[in-house]
Design a protein around this ligand. Structure first.
Ligand code: HEC
Length: 159
């Protein structure tokens, strides 16, 4: 009696094992099913890491591109200083150290897509809650945003 019960259990376990094995190997050979679950995971991480916007990847050199940084400084002084300083909280956050806090892609997406960022990116949303002012797009191109990023990198490298 006992033995036959055990046998039934082990047969069931063996059957379950084989069924689940068959199931997963079926999925493995199904490329679309597999790759969609793979792309889903990094996408979710990307929301807080690189933010939301046109920038998905930015090449950063080891050295600061001085010329690009100077161009960024000009844009910063004409379009951003109404709300930002480096060392002190103003209308918006102090920007000193921002390149150490945020990924370069996140910074560029914040500059290029601030309104969606404050709605959907958890960090930007938190900042809006704290500063109670919506940062708006300042008529900057992707090239301008890249130059601004270089200026922030230069600032953070020197302070
Ligand atoms: C109208 C005021 C205003 C202007 C103009 C403005 N910002 Fe902002 N900025 C903010 C506010 C406020 C926040 C915090 C998020 C929010 O509330 O929208 C912010 C957030 C940021 C952040 C994220 C800071 C952090 O601590 O992570 C960056 C980077 C930034 N701004 C860069 C810029 C740049 C570059 C410009 C010029 C092209 C600019 N901002 C123009 C108000 C402004």
């Amino acid at each position: 009696m006992r033995t036959s019960k055990l046998l039934t259990i082990s047969v069931t376990v063996a059957l379950l094992f084989f069924t689940s094995c068959g199931g997963s190997s079926d999925q493995g050979s199904n490329d679309t099913g597999n790759s969609s679950s793979e792309t889903n995971t990094p996408k979710q991480e990307a929301v807080s890491d690189i933010g939301i916007g046109p920038i998905t990847h930015v090449e950063i050199g080891d050295e600061i591109d001085e010329q690009l940084a100077m161009h960024g400084k000009e844009i910063f002084e004409s379009k951003c200083t109404a709300c930002h300083q480096f060392d002190e909280r103003y209308v918006g956050p102090a920007l000193a150290g921002v390149t150490k806090k945020q990924k370069p892609e996140w910074i560029m997406n914040m500059i290029l897509n601030p309104e969606e960022m404050t709605k959907k990116d958890p960090t930007a949303k938190g900042l809006l809650g704290e500063y109670m002012t919506q940062m708006t797009l300042q008529d900057v191109s992707e090239e301008d945003a890249r130059a601004l990023l270089e200026y922030f990198r230069k600032y953070d490298a020197e302070h």
